[in-house]
Write a protein that binds this ligand. Structure first.
Ligand code: ADP
Ligand code: MG
Length: 621
């Protein structure tokens, strides 16, 4: 669930994570005919494959890389949407390969694709890491996993070696030899250590009762390799690979020399079941959650940038998630617990939004306070109370929470603070420093999660727009402004407005305008417009058109163009959101799924990719 499904899992000629030599064995067994081929997982790069084939009794191995946009290609070849399509293409046209693919070398019966180093355990590892690092349970845990799986996977991947029994930390070369020579000295006994001088690493390996030391180099992009060897994203993958193949070492890695200083629970014979390609190959079960010892939230990235995950902020969970604080939870707050700053965060028809601090039992929290204009009319007051009643029922990391209301010098709605301000303004102001496409996908995925929650709770927002998506920071968005929102009755699928009000027509689906019918499906239409705004870096939708012009534009079957540099997949999703008939429009549960898949597919690749790196200048104050 947290990780991506293997795009080749269903292919009968896919062997999963096997070594080159094994692939050659299978091809030999199947007869070595010209064009005989199989597919296996690439051990070096996450998400890549290798095409192994035969021509003129020789073996050929072609790496298939997953590209930034989620397509697959052999270096120098055409891109294809999946490994299956790629194989189909090369069965018709050799296009540079030794020959065309003619006969799939299917797995013998009883042979299943070999799980990869990461596959087996990734989901459980992510879950345990999130649970233990941020102390989350229940929905908060699930939401964190769904929204942050790629980031957490990367964190784990870059630090996982520290939890491996073969990792001995910062010990000297002499100490490494002492440890390797103590006890039995089988060929392939090894350990990995950090080298004091420069934070680099070394591999120490026994062969013929002698210890050999290899330097581990790190290239400019951060990839690890032994000199002249294959490059890997992580040390963990490097070690797993060298267990299969010496790759220039005098012998392959075989026996772990366990670090005597590892915490007790890690000292079981196989500290992380399912890791590696041992024949036993057990998988990590959720009944064994203690495999990770508690860790500090690790904010430093491989690239040296620091980045706050939503779970690191104070607004990920409700301030009332603490049972102590929950005791005091009431709709109406005491005025003397509220300090109001003069600083204005924003303004609207109702009045203005001010910064403030709210004193709770154990802590003080930053809040945003929507203050009603002093000429308190009853209807305006009622409206704000309605907004408060709606927000009171919502609790999700991707929705601005209400702390309560306060009736004093005027009626005030007290909310958690999203200091980054509205998404459209943020993106427009950061045009020159360039916020990456994957950053926008990440934020829009969070919005879809918040909207999916609303849909499940049977609420319609009715004012979803980039101006009402507020940022906590550059990587954390929350939906706000429930001024027009409605709770649907248990049996209703839509809300019928009696009269048209001051409506944001450019964000409204046809059925809203024509029949005053509002549902989660009409929120999906608005979500599409919000996506368009985000990928246009905060531009106004439908240029200079007036509301009524937009309506006839839509009626003619026209839709806004794809924003510059917006990925085709994301524009395709916008177009789905703009399906004319609401019955045929996807709901938020599918929208969230679609954007999640796309987000995962780019998030595992992009962070170090050219032109896509996060721009460290583009951070919020
Ligand atoms: P309106 O109904 O007038 O659109 P909003 O609820 O959208 O009112 O708030 C208006 C502005 O106030 C927002 O655009 C934003 O700048 C600021 N604001 C509102 N809520 C918050 C919040 N929770 N944290 C920070 N700023 C906020
Ligand atoms: Mg607003």
């Amino acid at each position: 669930m947290a990780s991506m499904p293997d795009a080749a899992a269903h292919l009968p000629f896919y062997y999963g994570s096997i070594a080159r030599s094994e692939a050659e064995e299978y091809l030999k067994l199947a007869g070595m005919s010209d064009g005989l081929f199989l597919l296996r997982q690439c051990l070096r790069s996450l998400g890549g494959y290798v095409l192994s084939m035969v021509c003129n009794l020789q073996f050929y191995h072609y790496a298939i890389e997953r590209q930034m946009n989620g397509t697959y290609a052999i270096a120098g070849g055409k891109a294809h949407c999946g490994p299956e399509e790629l194989c189909e293409f090369y069965s018709k046209d050799a296009d540079g390969l030794c020959c065309t693919l003619r006969k799939p070398c299917n797995r013998p019966s009883g042979v299943e694709p070999q799980p990869g180093v990461f596959d087996n355990m990734r989901d459980n590892m992510v879950r345990e890491y999130v649970r233990q690092t941020w102390k989350l349970e229940g929905d908060a845990l699930e939401q964190a996993i769904i929204s942050q799986a790629p980031q957490v996977e990367k964190l784990i991947a870059t630090t996982a070696h520290e939890r491996m029994p073969w990792y001995h930390g910062n010990i000297t070369r002499d100490e490494a030899e002492r440890r390797l020579y103590s006890g039995a000295q089988p060929d392939g006994k090894f350990l990995l250590r950090e080298r004091k001088e420069n934070g680099a690493y070394a591999l120490s390996l026994v062969y013929g009762k002698t210890v050999y030391h290899y330097r581990i180099d790190q290239d400019k992009s951060g990839k690890y390799s032994i000199p002249e060897g294959t490059k890997f994203d992580t040390l963990w993958q490097l070690v797993e690979y060298l267990k299969l193949k010496p790759d220039g070492l005098i012998f392959y890695l075989r026996e772990t020399c366990s670090n005597p200083n590892m915490p007790g629970e890690l000292m079981s014979p196989s500290p992380i079941p399912g890791l590696g390609l041992s024949p036993s190959g057990g998988s990590l079960s959720s009944t064994n959650p203690s495999f990770l010892y508690p860790v500090q939230p690790l904010l430093l990235w491989q690239t040296g940038q620091s980045r706050l995950l939503p779970m690191d902020t104070s607004v990920y969970e409700s301030p009332y998630s603490d049972p102590e604080e929950l005791k005091d939870k009431k709709l109406f707050l005491k005025r003397d617990h509220l300090m109001i700053d003069e600083m204005e965060l924003g303004a609207g028809n109702f009045g203005c939004v001010k910064k403030g601090v709210y004193k709770m039992r154990k802590k003080q929290i930053d809040v945003a306070i929507k203050v009603l204009k002093s000429n308190n009319e009853k209807t305006v007051k009622d409206e704000m109370m309605k907004e408060a009643q709606i927000m009171h029922q919502l609790d999700n990391p991707y929705i601005v929470r209400m702390i309560g209301v306060c009736e004093a010098e005027s009626l005030m709605l007290v909310m958690e603070m999203a200091s980054g301000g509205p998404l459209n303004k943020f993106l427009a102001s950061k045009k020159d420093v360039h916020i990456t496409g994957s950053n926008i996908v990440e934020l829009m995925h969070q919005v879809s999660m918040g909207m999916k929650y609303l849909e499940e709770k049977n609420f319609v927002h009715r004012d979803l727009a980039a101006r009402n998506v507020l940022l906590v920071n550059q990587h954390y968005a929350k939906i706000s402004d429930f001024g027009l929102s409605k709770a649907l009755g248990a049996d209703d699928s839509y809300y019928k407005a009696r009269t048209a009000g001051k409506w944001p027509l450019k964000w409204y689906a046809p059925e809203c305008i024509l029949y005053h019918k509002f549902s989660s499906k009409s929120d999906v239409w608005s979500y599409g417009v919000t996506m368009w705004e985000a990928f246009s870096y905060g531009q106004k939708p439908y240029k200079k058109m007036k509301g009524p012009e937009v309506i006839s534009f839509i009626e003619q079957g026209k839709r806004m163009d794809c924003p510059t540099d917006c990925p085709a997949e994301m524009y395709a999703l916008m177009q789905q959101c703009w399906t004319y008939k609401w019955e045929e429009r996807p709901g938020f549960s599918s929208v969230e799924n679609i954007i999640r898949s796309y987000y995962y597919s780019i998030a595992t690749k992009t962070e170090n990719g050219p032109g896509t790196a996060d721009n460290s200048k583009a951070t919020l104050p």
